[in-house]
Design a protein around this ligand. Structure first.
Ligand code: COA
Ligand code: AMP
Length: 637
């Protein structure tokens, strides 16, 4: 069956389509209903069904005689180590650590927060939670203590798992002081913390609360898989919202396992036993879906890479990993390729490795700019596929589903809607009713409900926020918060976010949250943060500060303090390096800050003075302040 027929069937016969896909998963008890529509807009998949995600990811491959196949390959240039785990070994390590969690009183439905770098124990911890029905919440290591604290506060984990440190290029980053500060700040306290002591940095343990990972593991009794409801949460992954309170995106067990398995075959065209590599931190959605769950559910080997595309040791790192571990498909963000291209523009290092068996490169996380895409195609000589998805969806909405049919590629488009996703382009009319736009017209990219299996059923203990954030603007639809169009050939073009989210090196960040941090500076009266173009990271945050009357401190000092404040409150990952003191901010007559126009000025783009502007002279002042500060714009090439 080709793409069009498969797509139509997925929408015309949703239940038949997904029931068939669900046959690929081992169920402890079959579902009563494939799609439960009894409580719209809260749709649930496979209600009444029981399964265990860890069983499906590990034990069942061992039971099927594939215990010696490669499950996980840890490749860590920053420590000079590499390690391969077979399915049997990984299952045993996971069962052992599930025993540790049980001994700490963790059971079904309890939350376990994981704050760890790219070490095998992080994946083991996630799977161990799944094994006993606990809900994990992984927090990216580049976030600061305050961000960690907000997540602890919301998820209320009984146990926190952390490593003594992470390693960035040439730097050891102790995690424990951040963890201690976060626990201090959060009102919800964990009962215990389990600390993985890495040899390069030993953490001091807090007596009575902190336990040593290896000591507990050595004494643990392996734990078996606990069947859970298909609709029980597997994990919570926090993502930037428009305020300082991140959104706890929930993914359940049943629909998630079915959809991810389906995607490995039909989108990525993988075969069980082959090696797949998603070069993303496990703290992000890509790491959850395609470093841990997707490849393992499907019986593939998965690479867990503790390194960077450049600097560990050079721009040939990705090619070394691909050839050394026989990677067939790589999934990464365009920013990684921009970094490689910057350092090795002629692709000289590519020729040093045998990439003969490497098949396809998938890109996501931000818009794939055509020059980067063309560079990758020309140098790797494999299809380069841009695909589009979000933390909320857990798997792609738009892609070239090459396992079904390899459609012609159009540069600048992520190809077509993936089966299961009823994607439309909408605009609210004068009375607020959603109107569907014609081919080629730009509007809000929205998915008609119900969302397919695997997508978020709600936000953690926040049904109302879920509805308000995603379902309210266009009743009956999920609002992706991306704008774009679908062309006459049905190809999707994702253009920009419609909210305050920016993508910095494919890391999703909220400018609203940065504004909250800056507004707390004692000398700042008001502020605005925008995302300016950057040739490496795609976008970078840039802050404009208006000072309180009578502030005597030099502007440069306040600008430096502002950058330090964002780094301290949100983390290094925000890459907030530039702030500029200005006299006034441009606003509409109703007082709305004109961030879009400020971005156009900063990026050196043509702009029209908005008709609603209160005082057009301020735009000139902004341009002047930028020029005076030596900022001439940095449009992506
Ligand atoms: N723990 C602690 N700090 C971290 C971190 C982690 N896990 N990850 C990043 N940081 C720090 C970096 O050291 C850097 O600190 P600095 O300002 O002191 O230099 C800062 O956060 C910004 O990191 P990053 O934006 O990643 O910049 P970089 O210069 O270190 O690397 C790239 C740039 C393009 C090489 C890198 O972003 C990359 O590999 N991106 C791939 C995309 C990706 O993984 N996307 C995830 C979703 S697909
Ligand atoms: P995250 O939740 O961190 O995965 O970020 C999701 C957001 O990244 C989307 O809403 C888009 O704005 C952006 N994004 C992801 N993939 C693409 C893509 N292929 N093209 C354009 N934008 C993308």
């Amino acid at each position: 069956m080709g793409y069009l027929e498969t797509y139509r069937r997925s929408l015309d016969d949703k239940e038949g389509f997904w029931a068939e896909a669900a046959e690929a998963i081992d169920w402890e008890r079959r579902w009563d209903r494939v799609l439960d529509e009894s409580r719209p807009p809260f749709y649930r998949w496979f209600t009444g069904g029981k399964l265990n995600t860890c069983w499906n990811a590990l034990d069942r491959h061992v039971a099927a005689g594939h215990g010696e196949r490669t499950a996980l390959i840890w490749d860590s240039p920053v420590t000079g180590s590499a390690r391969r785990f077979s399915y049997r070994e990984l299952r045993d390590r996971v069962a052992e650590f599930a025993g540790v969690l049980k001994s700490l009183g963790i059971g079904k439905g309890d939350r376990v927060l994981i704050y760890m770098p790219m070490v095998p124990e992080a994946a083991i911890a996630m799977l161990a939670c799944a094994r006993i029905g606990a809900i994990h919440s992984v927090v990216f290591g580049g976030f600061a203590a305050h961000e960690l604290a907000t997540r602890i506060e919301d998820a209320k984990p009984k146990v926190i798992l952390a490593a003594s440190c992470g390693i960035e290029i040439g730097r050891i980053l102790p995690y424990k002081p951040l963890l201690d500060a976060a626990i201090e700040e959060a009102r919800a306290k964990p009962e215990s913390c389990v600390i993985l002591q890495r040899p390069m940095c030993k953490a001091t343990l807090v007596r009575g609360r902190d336990r040593d990972w290896h000591e507990l593991a050595a004494a643990a009794r392996p734990a078996d898989c606990v069947p859970v409801e298909a609709t029980d949460p597997l994990y919570i992954l926090y993502t930037s919202g428009t305020t300082g309170v991140p959104k706890g995106v929930v993914h359940d067990n049943g629909g998630h396992a079915v959809a991810l398995f389906w995607s490995m075959r039909n989108i990525y065209a993988m075969e069980p036993g082959e090696v797949y590599w998603a070069a993303s931190d496990i703290g992000w959605a890509v790491g959850h879906s395609y470093t841990v769950y997707g490849p393992l559910l499907y019986g593939c080997g998965s690479v867990l890479y503790e390194g960077k595309p450049v600097g560990t040791p050079d721009a040939g790192a990705f090619w070394r990993v691909i050839s050394q571990h026989d990677v067939r498909v790589l999934f990464t963000a365009p920013t990684a390729f921009r970094a490689i291209k910057q350092q090795d523009p002629e692709g000289v290092l590519i020729k040093e490795y045998d990439l003969g068996r490497f098949r396809t490169l998938f890109l996501a996380g931000e818009r794939a700019d055509p020059p980067t895409l063309v560079w990758a195609e020309e140098h790797l000589k494999v299809p380069v596929i841009d695909h589009w998805w979000q933390t909320e969806t857990a798997w792609p909405i738009g892609a070239n589903s090459i396992g079904i049919e390899h459609l012609p590629v159009k540069r600048g488009s992520c190809t077509r809607a993936v089966p299961g996703w009823d994607l439309r382009v909408l605009k609210a009319d004068a009375v607020g009713e959603a109107r569907e736009l014609e081919a080629g017209e730009i509007g809000a990219l929205a998915v008609k409900l119900p969302l397919p299996p695997g997508a978020l059923p709600t936000l953690w203990q926040a049904d109302e926020r879920f509805v308000d954030s995603y379902l309210k603007t266009y009743p009956g639809f999920y609002q992706t918060a991306d704008a774009g169009f679908i062309d006459r050939d049905g190809y999707i073009h994702v253009m920009t976010r419609t909210d305050d989210i920016i993508n910095v090196a494919a890391h999703r960040l909220s400018t609203g949250e940065m504004e909250e941090v800056l507004a707390a500076h004692p000398d700042v009266a008001e502020c605005a943060v925008i995302g300016v173009a950057d040739p490496l990271k795609g976008q970078l945050p840039f802050g404009f500060l208006v000072l309180k009357a009578g502030v005597r401190k030099p502007a440069e000092e306040i600008e430096r303090e502002a950058a330090a404040l964002v780094r301290e409150r949100i983390g290094a990952v925000a890459s907030f390096k530039r702030a500029l003191v200005v006299a006034r901010l441009p606003k509409t007559r109703s007082g709305k800050i004109l961030r879009g126009t400020m971005r156009q000025i900063a990026d050196g783009e043509e702009y029209a003075t908005p008709a609603t502007i209160d005082d057009p002279a301020i735009l000139g002042e902004i341009a002047e302040a930028l020029a005076k500060a030596g900022y001439t714009g940095n449009r992506a090439r």
